[in-house]
Ligand binder design. Structure first.
Ligand code: GH3
Ligand code: MG
Ligand code: MG
Ligand code: MG
Length: 309
C-alpha cells in the first residue's frame, strides 16, 4: 500500500497548457488501489486515463495519446519495462514521456528504466507534492517539444503540414498498416493549369489561391488522425489511416467539390479553379504515394477537375 500526503496545489501547467485542454495522464498499475492513490493526486486538474495491464495501456496510448504515462514496473503479463520498450519502438508514441513508479529503488532498477527511455523514476511510497512536481516538469518539456515539432512541421505559406511531416507520418503509418493489416489511404491533389493562373494574375495572387485551396481541403477532413500536407509547389497530399478505398474516394470527391465551390475565377480557362486528385489505398503502405501519383496522372489525362483511382 502506498502512503500519500495531501495533494499539492501548484498548477500543473503554468501558462503552457492550450486553453481548454487539460493535460492527459495515463496511470498504469496492476493494483487498483495504487491507481486510486495517484488518481486522487491528479483528478482535479488532469484528464486521467487508467489501465491495469500493459496491453490495455498500449491501446490507450494509441487511441488517446496521453501527455505523460505513470507506469508501474511489476505487472503480470507485460511488465513496465516491456511496455516502455514497446512505446519507445513506435514512432507515433515514443515522444510520450514515461515516469516509472515503483517500490524497487535499487540504483540498478533506476538505471535500467532510464536506459530504456524512461523520463523519470519515482519510488513508492510517494509524496504527492513531489509526484506533481515531477509530472509538471515532464508536461512542460512535452509541451515545448510539441510546439517545436509543430513549428518545424508546418508549411509557411498555407499553414498545413509540410512534406517533412508527411514523410515522417507516412512511414510510421505505413509500417503500422502492414503490421496490423489496417487500411491506409493516400490522396494526391494537384491544382489544374496553375502555371497559367500565375502567368495571368501574378505569383501573389497564386499564393493566395493556394492558401484558399489548402483551407478548403483541410475542411474536408474529419478524424484527428487524418493528415493534410503540402507535397510540393501546387500539390497537396492527404493521409487517411484506417480508411479504405471507397472512404478515400468519398473524401477526394468532397475535396474536388469544395475547391470548385470556392468559385475562384481562372483567367485562362474561363471557369473556376479546379483540382485533380489521385487516390490509392491498401494494407501495404509503401507504394501508395506512387499509386496515387499514377491515378492523379489519369485524372489529368481524362480532362482534369476530377478524381481517379
Ligand atoms: P496541370 O494542370 O497539368 O497541373 O498544369 P500546371 O500548370 O498546374 O502544372 P505545372 O506543374 O506545369 O505548373 C505548376 C505551377 O505551379 C508552376 C509554378 O509556378 C506554380 N507554383 C508552384 N509553387 C508555387 C507557389 O508557392 N506559389 C505560386 N504562386 N505558384 C507556385
Ligand atoms: Mg505492480
Ligand atoms: Mg504539379
Ligand atoms: Mg498543376
Amino acid at each position: 500500500m502506498m502512503q500519500i500526503s495531501q495533494p499539492g496545489h501548484a498548477p500543473l501547467m503554468p501558462g503552457l497548457a492550450a486553453p481548454g485542454r487539460r493535460p492527459r495522464l495515463l496511470l498504469v498499475d496492476d493494483q487498483p488501489v495504487n491507481i486510486q492513490a495517484l488518481h486522487r493526486v491528479f483528478a482535479a486538474d488532469c484528464q486521467v486515463l487508467m489501465a491495469t495491464d500493459g496491453p490495455r495501456a498500449l491501446q490507450l496510448c494509441r487511441e488517446r495519446q496521453p501527455d505523460v504515462v505513470l507506469l508501474d514496473v511489476q505487472m503480470p503479463g507485460m511488465d513496465g519495462h516491456e511496455l516502455c520498450a514497446e512505446l519507445k519502438a513506435d514512432p507515433l508514441l515514443r515522444s510520450i514521456p514515461i515516469i516509472f513508479v515503483t517500490a524497487h529503488n535499487h540504483p540498478d532498477d533506476e538505471t535500467r528504466a532510464l536506459d530504456a527511455g524512461a523520463a523519470d523514476f519515482i519510488t513508492k511510497p510517494f509524496n504527492a507534492t513531489v509526484v506533481r512536481a515531477r509530472v509538471r516538469t515532464q508536461l512542460t518539456l512535452k509541451a515545448q517539444a510539441d510546439l517545436l515539432r509543430e513549428l518545424a512541421f508546418v508549411d509557411g505559406l498555407t499553414g498545413v503540414h509540410n512534406r517533412r511531416h508527411f514523410d515522417e507520418r507516412f512511414s510510421a503509418e505505413a509500417s503500422r498498416a502492414q503490421r496490423t493489416r489496417a487500411h491506409l489511404s493516400v490522396i494526391l491533389a494537384d491544382v489544374d493549369h496553375f502555371k497559367r493562373y500565375n502567368d495571368a494574375l501574378g505569383h501573389l495572387a497564386g499564393d493566395d489561391c493556394l492558401r484558399r485551396i489548402a483551407a478548403a481541403l483541410r475542411a474536408c477532413l474529419r478524424r484527428p488522425t487524418d493528415l493534410l500536407a503540402r507535397y510540393g509547389g501546387e500539390e497537396f497530399v492527404c493521409l487517411l489511416p484506417d480508411t479504405d478505398l471507397a472512404g478515400a474516394i468519398g473524401v477526394a470527391q468532397l475535396m474536388e467539390d469544395r475547391v470548385r465551390a470556392l468559385a475562384l475565377p481562372h483567367p485562362a480557362t474561363e471557369g473556376a479553379v479546379t483540382i485533380s486528385l489521385g487516390v490509392a489505398a491498401g494494407h501495404q503502405g509503401k507504394d501508395l504515394v506512387e499509386m496515387a501519383d499514377k491515378a492523379l496522372y489519369l485524372a489529368k489525362a481524362a480532362g482534369r477537375g476530377r478524381v481517379s483511382w
